[in-house]
Design a protein around this ligand. Structure first.
Ligand code: SAM
Length: 405
């Protein structure tokens, strides 16, 4: 996609411009990141350019502010496609009023979600709790809106039975584990993952991040990207009526979407056009599904399990990983230093009970049993380290992984 044709940043008063230049029902995503009613001039000094970027968030009254936003919402509703979604970002300065306003303009029944974007902050707050979130209200225009379901990996604290047991609703709508006629749980072979939640932990851009461009209220591209992933497909049109430094524009470009950003601040538009040529993205270490604090699975084992596209299993004595194959599930387990192969077989047997595990793979890491009885469904693979130690002793053993994966 040609960046110049698909990305457009315009310096204008947003309400007037949208009304006269944007086609009705054309936008798949409208992302509104207006002034939040801070009753202040929002400014930030940019060390590199020695520039101060600023815009006014001062209003005669709350009423004036709400009249302004209402006018924008009415105009945006006309431009939103019947399958589109409108996101409005705000904070506690006026979120309670804005939600009611959106109910009024877009219709209470078209409320889809309230997303909480949360992040860490290190500042003092003596008399109240430290604010560390913003709100994003999501509304549609009809009930036929496009919504791309995003599934994440299970947290390692999730019990393997919870992942594999099929579920159904009973006559009262209560979700229960599905049972067969012998009252045994029915297993699924496909891992489904967990749907993306409405609380998103994405770091605020720190002052030293490469992505930081010096514009106050700049939003992380990662946050913009997630909004696009939920609501758009390639080539969809995104309208950003308060584009500021253009974070949504860059995310639109990455996702091959068409984009129009409007801002009345000329400095902001200049910045957007510079960013169009050269942009940086900060990738956060904190991601949904990345719960390293709870892990107990050795990193080497985990690396191996994920490298073969299997699901790592935490906190289970008999399984380190599960692989979904066309013949059913395959259990994987590494032999630990203090275990014999027979002990591993016994632990795996117990863990696999009542699960549709058709094969079990043991990665053997050292000699242990004098005599091993290997059941038909168990396959022994020797780890690389184990193989090497049988040939070259003992120097090479230090340079390969503990489990030789
Ligand atoms: C919260 S900032 C947007 C930040 C942006 N999302 C980013 O990532 O950099 C709000 C922007 O709205 C612009 N703005 C405020 N009133 C406007 C209006 N009536 N027309 C156009 N832009 C306006 C301000 O200049 C400011 O850049």
């Amino acid at each position: 996609m040609n960046k110049n044709n698909s990305l457009q940043f315009i310096c204008a008063e947003t309400g007037k411009y949208i009304h006269s230049h944007v086609e009705d029902n054309s936008a798949q995503l409208i992302y509104l990141d207006p002034p939040f009613f801070k009753q202040n001039i929002i400014k930030l000094y940019n060390k590199n350019t020695k520039n101060i970027y600023s815009f006014s968030d001062k209003w005669n009254s709350l009423e004036h502010y709400l009249i302004f936003i209402k006018d924008i919402l009415i105009k945006c509703r006309a431009k939103l496609s019947n399958h589109g979604l409108l996101f409005l970002q705000c904070d506690t300065s006026a979120s309670h009023h804005l939600r009611l306003l959106m109910d009024d303009v877009l219709g209470e029944k078209y409320f889809v979600n309230e997303i909480i974007w949360c992040y860490k902050r290190w500042s003092n707050s003596a008399s109240r709790l430290l604010e560390s979130h913003q709100n994003i209200f999501v509304y549609s225009k009809t009930k036929e809106y496009k919504f791309n379901r995003i599934m994440l990996d299970y947290s390692p604290t999730t019990n393997i039975d919870q992942i594999l047991q099929a579920r159904e609703r009973d006559e009262n709508g209560v979700v229960k584990y599905k049972k067969n006629k012998n009252n045994l749980p029915i297993m699924v072979t496909e891992k489904r993952g967990v749907p993306l939640r409405d609380v998103w932990e994405i770091p605020f851009l720190n002052p030293k991040a490469k992505e930081r461009n010096g514009y106050p209220t700049q939003k992380p591209i990662e946050l913009m990207d997630r909004i696009i992933k939920i609501s758009c497909s390639e080539n969809d049109f995104i309208l950003d009526p308060f584009c500021g430094s253009g974070s949504m524009g860059i995310a639109a470009y990455i996702n091959n979407c068409k984009y129009l950003g409007i801002d009345k601040n000329n400095d902001a538009i200049e910045l957007c056009n510079k960013r169009k040529i050269d942009y940086h993205i900060s990738k956060s270490a904190v991601k949904d599904g990345n719960y390293t604090g709870f892990n107990n699975l050795d990193n080497e084992i985990k690396t191996f399990i994920t490298s073969i596209n299997a699901l790592p299993v935490e906190r289970n004595k008999g399984l380190d990983g599960i692989y979904s194959s066309s013949e059913g599930l395959i259990g994987i387990r590494f032999q630990r230093t203090n275990e014999s192969v027979s002990e591993v077989i016994a632990l795996m047997k117990k863990a696999a009970k009542e699960k549709p595990i058709t094969k079990k793979i043991i990665i053997k890491t050292h000699d242990s049993d004098l005599f091993e009885i290997i059941p038909d469904d168990v396959f022994i693979l020797e780890s690389l380290n184990y193989k090497l130690t049988k040939i070259i002793k003992p120097i090479i053993t230090k340079s390969v992984g503990r489990y030789g994966v």
